[in-house]
Design a protein around this ligand. Structure first.
Ligand code: G3I
Length: 303
C-alpha cells in the first residue's frame, strides 16, 4: 500500500497521529491527516483542563470536533487522557481530602467515557503515574498523595464500568528500555493487575526518542509486556532529527510483536510538533514526506 494507515492495516495494525483541533482548518494538514492516518489522538483536547475546567462543568466541544470528524471518515480515536497529574486544573490539585478527590476522579472518568461511549477505541486511563529515576514507584501527585497507590486500580475499575467495550490503557514515557527501574515498576503493576483481575487491556509506550531512536531492548520490552496478556501500542512517537534507521527500528520492534497493535506519531508536520526544534516527525513544515516517512512505510512492510 502507498500510505501509512493502509500499509499498517495489512497486518491488522493502525497508524495514527496526534491531532490539534486548531489545525484542522489548515488544508495541507488535513489532507495529510486523511490520506495517511486511520487512528487519531486529540493532542490536548481530552485533557482535564479542557474537559472539566471547573467542577462538574464539562466541555467536550474541541474534542468532539476532532472525534466526530475522524469517525465520519472511518478513522478511529484514542482517548488521551483521563487521569494525569499535568494539565490538571487548579481546583483538582487543591482538593484536600481523599473522599472528595475519589468522587471527583470517578465522576470525571465516568462522565467523559459516557460521552464518548462507542466512539473511542482505547483510553489512556492513567498517564505518566510512575516516577523518573531509579525508584520504580509512583510519582507524587494529588491522586497519589491523597488516595495512595490504589488510585490507579480505582481509575481502571471505574473506567471498565463506564464503557465495558473500550480498551483501557496505561500510558507512560521512558518505559521503553527493559532494564530501567521505571519500566520494571510499570511491568510489576501490570502483572499484579492481571493476576488480581484488575481490568487493563493495553500499555502505551510514548516513544519520545532522541536521535539514537529506541533502546536495543525495545522489542524485548514490548514482547515482555504482551506476554502478560495486554496489547502494546506506540502512542506518541517522535524522534529528534527523524533519522531513517531510528524510525525503521521503532516500527520493526512493533511489527515483530504480534500484540503490538498500532503506532501513533505525536503530530503530523515538524512544525506541528511540541518539540518542533528537533524536527522529529515524518513530514516537513511544508507537508512534504521526509526520508523517515519512506523508511517507516518500508518497515511497515510496504514499498
Ligand atoms: O491553548 C493555549 C493557548 O490559548 C495559549 O495562548 C498558549 C500560550 O502558551 O498555550 C496554549 O496551550 C498550550 C497547549 O499545549 C496547546 O497548544 C500549553 O501552553 C502547552 O503546555 C500545551 O503543551 C502540550 C503538552 O502536552 C502539555 O503538557 C503539548 O501540545 C502536547 O503535545 C503535550 O503532549 C504530551 C502528552 O499529552 C503526554 N506525553 C508527553 C507529551 C509531550 O509533552
Amino acid at each position: 500500500a502507498s500510505t501509512l494507515g493502509a500499509q499498517a492495516a495489512q497486518s491488522g495494525r493502525y497508524f495514527g497521529a496526534a491531532v490539534a483541533a486548531g489545525r484542522l482548518g489548515d488544508s495541507t494538514y488535513s489532507t495529510i491527516l486523511d490520506r495517511e492516518f486511520n487512528m487519531v489522538t486529540p493532542e490536548n483536547e481530552m485533557k482535564w483542563d479542557t474537559t472539566e475546567r471547573s467542577r462538574g462543568s464539562f466541555n467536550f466541544g474541541p474534542a468532539d470536533q476532532i472525534a466526530n470528524r475522524a469517525l465520519s471518515r472511518g478513522q478511529r480515536v484514542r482517548g488521551h487522557t483521563l487521569v494525569w497529574h499535568s494539565q490538571l486544573p487548579g481546583w483538582v490539585s487543591s482538593i484536600g481530602d481523599a473522599n472528595t478527590l475519589r468522587s471527583v476522579m470517578n465522576n470525571h472518568i465516568t462522565t467523559q467515557m459516557a460521552h464518548y461511549k462507542g466512539k473511542v477505541y482505547a483510553w489512556d486511563v492513567v498517564n505518566e503515574a510512575f516516577a523518573d529515576g531509579g525508584s520504580g514507584q509512583h510519582r507524587p501527585s494529588v491522586f497519589q498523595n491523597l488516595l495512595g497507590d490504589g488510585f490507579i486500580e480505582q481509575a481502571f475499575r471505574t473506567a471498565r464500568s463506564a464503557d465495558p467495550a473500550a480498551k483501557l490503557c496505561y500510558n507512560d514515557y521512558n518505559i521503553e528500555n527493559w532494564t530501567d527501574a521505571k519500566t520494571q515498576g510499570v511491568y510489576r503493576m501490570v502483572r499484579d493487575f492481571k493476576s488480581r483481575g484488575v481490568p487493563i487491556d493495553c500499555v502505551g509506550f510514548q516513544a519520545h526518542f532522541g536521535t539514537g531512536g529506541p533502546p536495543a531492548s525495545f522489542q524485548t520490552t514490548l514482547s515482555s509486556f504482551a506476554a502478560l496478556g495486554v496489547d502494546v501500542q506506540i502512542t506518541e512517537l517522535d524522534i529528534a532529527q527523524a533519522p531513517t534507521n531510528a524510525y525503521a527500528n521503532t516500527v520493526k520492534a512493533c511489527m515483530n510483536v504480534p500484540r503490538c497493535t498500532g503506532i501513533t506519531v505525536w503530530g503530523i508536520r515538524d512544525t506541528d510538533s511540541w518539540r518542533a526544534g528537533d524536527k522529529p516527525l515524518l513530514f516537513d513544515g511544508s507537508g512534504n514526506k521526509k526520508a523517515a516517512y519512506n523508511a517507516t512505510l518500508t518497515a511497515l512492510g510496504g514499498t
